[in-house]
Design a protein around this ligand. Structure first.
Ligand SMILES: *Cc1c(COP(=O)(O)O)cnc(C)c1O
Length: 361
């Protein structure tokens, strides 16, 4: 992109390009790891009722500290991971991307590292907030390598070490033993370990929220965008030591989380058993999709999330991506040569994808 010279855009931003998956119309949208199940009629009605109540008070600012919502999030994390998490351990924002941005604003003084390929927003937000970012290595098959990670952290001594489990776009999860080992290494030089668990509900691994009491420098990022099927509402949060949450209050914008968002998210949390039931079907559909892809002679990376990275096709990734789109199926080219990522959708969309792929291979 070229910028006019009258525009005093920061020098370090001038060479950047705008990030985002193409938002194209397609019959099957399997590109952004959204949950395919729309809110049930009952949930829609409950949200509508709650939002109607809030509508009468929209002349007032929302609760700046989102206490009701954070209390419900604390309850959910405590019950799902069998830990004691309180409201003071939770911070909520407009999607976990805002959480990541707040972490950089508060702690982005030294270096930051992540182990790539991983979630590109970590390095992108580092760049936008002017924090030095290092791409750490994974195994040649893209799985996480704890020894490489420990060596890189010992050498760089970053303030912020990012891991993503299950990882996007590869799908592999990191065991709690390995996270604990890395937390120990990060503590040696006084850094923070950020564990992005956007897909935790799809995985069998123990959550890193179980480490926080013993390791206060471990911060876990969660979102309602994936398992809770709530991407449109924009609600992400972190689970951490109370002092981390206190730091978030220094960098947050006042009243950042609208009263409408808070109200809708509270209702969704009250309906969590219904929403999380969809996770079980998606995991089963993921396993079926893995079999179908292998049946077509493709190789899939082991996934603990709601998407699959696959390879083994002869066209280039951009070519196959475009051919699928012509057949009404939108998946994701994540920029890895020879690989494409597909989100698990509903039964019809998954079938459309497999049928289209079978015709193209
Ligand atoms: C989808 C995703 C997020 C979620 O972002 P939101 O802003 O909460 O929608 C965060 N981290 C990873 C690794 C993701 O894939």
């Amino acid at each position: 992109m070229s910028w006019p010279i009258w525009l005093p855009l920061r020098k370090d931003l001038q060479s950047m390009t705008v990030y985002g998956a193409p938002q194209l119309a397609a019959q099957a949208a399997l590109n952004t790891n959204e949950n395919p199940y729309s809110p049930s009629q009952a949930l829609q009605e409950a949200i509508t009722q709650s939002v109607a109540l809030v509508a009468s008070t929209l002349n007032r600012y929302p609760d700046r500290d989102a206490l009701v919502l954070r209390t419900k999030l604390a309850t959910y994390i405590s019950e799902s991971s069998n830990v004691h998490i309180e409201v003071k351990n939770i911070w909520a924002a407009n999607g976990s991307n805002e959480i990541i941005q707040s972490l950089f604003l508060a702690f982005g003084d030294g270096d930051a590292i992540g182990f790539t390929p991983s979630y590109s927003m970590h390095s992108l937000i580092a760049q936008v907030t002017d924090t030095n970012w290092t791409n750490g290595q994974r195994n040649p098959d893209f799985t996480f390598n704890i020894d490489l990670a420990i060596a890189a952290v010992r050498e760089l001594k970053p303030t912020l070490t990012f891991i993503t489990t299950p990882n996007n776009p590869t799908g592999d999860a990191i065991s709690i033993q390995e996270i604990t080992a890395l937390a120990g290494v990060v503590a040696e030089h006084g850094g923070l370990l950020i564990v992005d668990e956007a897909y935790a509900e799809f995985s069998q691994e123990i959550s890193a929220v179980t480490l926080i009491a013993q390791h206060p420098h471990v911060i876990v990022i969660r979102t309602m965008s994936k398992a809770f099927a709530f991407a449109g509402a924009r609600l992400g949060y972190l689970v951490a030591d109370a002092k981390v949450v206190d730091s978030m209050m220094l960098v947050r914008l006042p009243y950042h989380l609208s009263a409408l968002t808070q109200a809708a998210a509270e209702v969704a949390l009250d309906h969590r058993s219904e929403l999380l039931a969809g996770v079980t079907s998606l995991v089963a559909a993921r396993e079926a999709m893995e079999l179908s892809l292998r049946g077509l002679g493709l190789r899939t990376l082991p996934s603990s999330a709601n998407f699959i990275l696959f390879t083994g096709f002869s066209a280039s990734a951009p070519q196959l991506w475009a051919s699928l789109l012509e057949k009404g199926v939108l998946i994701r080219d994540v920029g890895l040569s020879g690989y494409l990522r597909v989100t698990i959708g509903n039964e019809a969309d998954n079938q459309r994808f497999i049928d289209a792929l079978a015709q193209l291979l």
